[in-house]
Design a binder for this molecule. Structure first.
Ligand SMILES: N[C@@H](CCC(=O)N[C@@H](CS)C(=O)NCC(=O)O)C(=O)O
Length: 211
């Protein structure tokens, strides 16, 4: 069987999510790197794979999968070890809600494409960074409240879930933009996750294209 190919970029938080899940599920894969700073995500050959011109995309089992959450759920549904969603529908909804705070409402608003649009509209670098900081700050506040009654060590108890898969990459962006850390519970979850090799080896600094 040919290895899956992950189209990504070391600094991409959405690619980081998929790397974590591939590692958690023990799936060996190859990297196809697209340098976002050089605009390689817009090359026609890549856009033929992902018409949005965004990473990640996963080539696997003779198909191309896009959108990191859809990819993560596909992997979760086809590799049943270490499930990323709990069996109970109420608990699943809570995990998905947390994951979507980050993947739908925080990360997209501070994405490269959006920040570049703000620059094109005339915002200076300080204003652009302030936009990203406020977006992440508000999102982390909501995330912390969503798990206020959970015990840890991970977002939703003793099993890693899709919530952790989304949270940890967002920390990288938070630090890059200089967000002041004031969520001890989220930071403890980050430490617990990064103690796992599946997370640590998926980190941007450990990727072949890391700068
Ligand atoms: N919702 C998408 C978001 C993907 C996305 O925003 N990818 C970023 C990197 S993290 C990207 O390719 N940005 C390129 C650009 O903005 O031009 C997913 O979860 O896969």
């Amino acid at each position: 069987m040919t290895k899956p190919i992950l189209h990504g970029y070391f600094r991409s938080g959405a690619s980081f999510r998929v790397r974590i899940v591939l590692n958690l599920k023990g799936i060996a894969y190859e990297d196809a790197i697209h340098h976002l700073g050089k605009g390689e995500q817009n090359d026609p050959e890549y856009r033929a794979l992902n018409p949005q011109g965004l990473v990640p995309a996963l080539e696997m089992d003779d198909a191309v999968y896009t959108q990191s959450l859809a990819i993560c759920e596909y992997l979760d549904e086809t590799y049943l070890d270490r499930p990323l969603l709990p069996p109970d529908p109420v608990a699943r909804a809570k995990v998905r809600a947390f994951a979507q705070v980050i993947a739908c409402d925080v990360h997209p608003v501070q994405n490269l494409k959006i920040l570049n649009r703000l620059r094109a509209l005339g915002l200076d670098e300080k204003q652009v960074v302030a936009w990203a900081v406020q977006t992440i700050d508000e999102g982390f506040d909501a995330c912390a409240q969503l798990i206020a009654d959970e015990d840890g060590p991970y977002c939703f108890g003793r099993d890693v879930s899709l919530a952790d898969v989304c949270l940890i990459p967002q920390f990288v962006n938070a630090r890059r933009f200089g967000v002041e850390m004031r969520w001890p519970k989220l930071e403890a979850i980050e430490r617990a996750c990064l103690a796992l090799d599946a997370f640590a080896s998926a980190a941007p600094g450990r990727q072949p294209d890391a700068e």
